[in-house]
Design a protein around this ligand. Structure first.
Ligand code: SF4
Length: 363
C-alpha cells in the first residue's frame, strides 16, 4: 500500500474484524502503549469493531501526560526568570502546574515560545547571545535523537547560553512497571511503531519472555492497529508470547543505530518520575556528566523542587490501563480541554482528550 486512505479502507477493516471474531475464544485485555494509537482507536471506532471479549486499555505513551508536576513547576519557574527565552513544543504550554501553566507565564510577559524542533531553540540561542535560551525536552525515545543533536551541536559550536530542561522517558521500563503492578490486567501489548523505528525491538524480547506477554510493534493507521490486534490475539489464542513486527514498512529489529549512538553520547539512563504513576527505575534519560553544563535544572538551581499531584485526577490509573477516562468523576464536566485538570485532557495524545473529542456525545 502507498497512500494513507488505503490504510483506512473500510472493507479491509471489516475483514480484520470478522477474522478477529473467528479466532477469539476467550477474554483478552490488550494495551496500546502510545497515545497516538489511542487517538486512532477512539477516533476511528476501532474498539467498536472488536468482539466484546477483547478489551483495549490505554497506556502511558503520551509524553506530555507523564511529565511530572514538579517538572512543570520547574519549567514555570525558569520561564518566569528575567532574561530567559523559554522554548517548548506547543502541547506543554497548557499543562496545568500547581497554580498556573506556561501559557499564563507568557500572558504575564514571560518570553515563552513554541518551537517545532530543538534546533530552532538552538538557533534562537545563536541569534540572542545575551539571553539564556532554555528548551523543554519532553518525550520518549522518538524525540531523543533530535534533542541529543541540539546539545551535541551546542557543545561543538560552544553555544553557552543554551540549556535543556530534560524530561525524557523510556518505554520498556514503563511496560515492565505496568506488568509488575498487582492490579495489572494487561495480557498483550501493541508497542509504539515510531519508538521502535529509533530503538528497534530487541529490547522487548526479554520482557515478552519474562512476563509471558505477546508484544506486537504496531503502526498508527486503523488497518495497522487492527492487524496489530489480530497478531496479538492470534498469539494469545495459540499460547505464544513473542515479539512480532506489524510495522515492517518503518521498523526493523536493530532500529536506527546512528540515532541510538547519538542518544548514548549525550544522555544516560536515570530513574524518572512519571506523572500519576511515581518513580520507575532506569526509565528516563538525563544529560551525561560531559554535557552537564547544558542542564537547565542545575543552571537555574531548580533540581530539588517537588510538587504533589492533585488528588481528583485519576490519570495515573488511566495511564496504567486500570481505568478509562469516562470513569473519572470530573470528565467532561469540571475537566475539559478548555479547563483541564490533568495533562491527559490537554495533550493531543492524551486519552481523556481522545474520549472528549470523539466519544463524549455517545458517552
Ligand atoms: S478527566 Fe481530567 S481530571 Fe479526570 S483523569 Fe482525565 S485529565 Fe484527570
Amino acid at each position: 500500500m502507498k497512500f494513507i486512505d488505503e490504510y483506512r479502507d473500510a472493507q479491509a477493516a471489516r475483514h480484520f474484524s470478522q477474522a478477529l471474531k473467528r479466532i477469539t475464544t476467550k477474554s483478552w485485555t490488550i494495551m496500546e502503549v502510545c497515545g497516538g494509537q489511542t487517538h486512532s482507536i477512539v477516533k476511528f471506532g476501532i474498539d467498536e469493531l472488536l468482539p466484546p471479549a477483547i478489551t483495549l486499555v490505554h497506556g502511558p505513551g503520551c509524553p506530555v501526560c507523564v511529565t511530572p508536576l514538579e517538572l512543570i513547576e520547574k519549567a514555570i519557574e525558569i520561564a518566569s526568570t528575567p532574561n530567559v527565552l523559554f522554548c517548548s513544543f506547543g502541547d506543554m504550554l497548557r499543562v496545568p502546574g500547581v497554580s498556573k501553566d506556561l501559557l499564563s507565564v507568557k500572558a504575564a510577559g514571560g518570553d515563552v515560545r513554541i518551537v517545532y524542533s530543538p534546533l530552532d531553540a538552538l538557533k534562537l540561542a545563536v541569534d540572542n547571545p545575551h539571553r539564556e535560551v532554555v528548551f523543554f525536552a519532553v518525550g520518549f525515545e522518538t524525540t531523543a535523537p533530535a534533542n541529543a543533536m541540539a546539545v551535541y551541536q551546542a557543545e561543538v559550536q560552544k553555544i553557552r547560553n543554551f540549556s535543556m530542561l530534560v524530561s525524557h522517558v523510556l518505554v520498556p521500563p514503563a511496560m515492565e512497571a505496568i506488568l509488575s503492578f498487582p492490579e495489572n490486567r494487561v495480557q498483550g501489548f501493541l508497542a509504539a511503531g515510531h519508538v521502535c523505528a529509533v530503538m528497534g525491538f530487541w529490547e522487548y524480547e526479554p520482557i515478552a519472555e519474562k512476563y509471558r506477554v505477546p508484544i506486537v510493534v504496531t503502526g498508527f493507521e486503523p488497518l495497522d492497529i487492527l492487524q496489530g490486534i489480530y497478531m496479538c490475539i492470534h498469539q494469545l489464542e495459540e499460547g505464544r508470547t513473542e515479539v512480532e513486527n506489524q510495522y515492517t514498512r518503518s521498523v526493523h529489529k536493530e532500529g536506527n543505530v546512528a540515532a541510538q549512538k547519538l542518544i548514548g553520547e549525550v544522555f544516560r539512563v536515570v530513574p524518572r518520575k512519571w506523572r500519576g504513576i511515581g518513580e520507575i527505575p532506569r526509565s528516563g534519560l538525563g544529560l551525561h556528566e560531559k554535557y552537564a553544563a547544558f542542564d537547565a535544572e542545575k543552571r537555574f538551581g531548580v533540581a530539588h523542587h517537588t510538587a504533589d499531584e492533585p488528588a481528583e485526577c485519576i490519570s495515573g490509573l488511566i495511564l496504567q490501563g486500570i481505568r478509562k477516562p469516562y470513569e473519572c468523576p470530573v470528565f467532561g464536566e469540571r475537566c475539559t480541554p478548555e479547563h483541564p485538570m490533568g495533562a491527559t485532557m490537554v495533550s493531543s495524545e492524551g486519552a481523556c482528550a481522545a474520549y472528549y473529542h470523539y466519544r463524549r456525545r455517545k458517552l
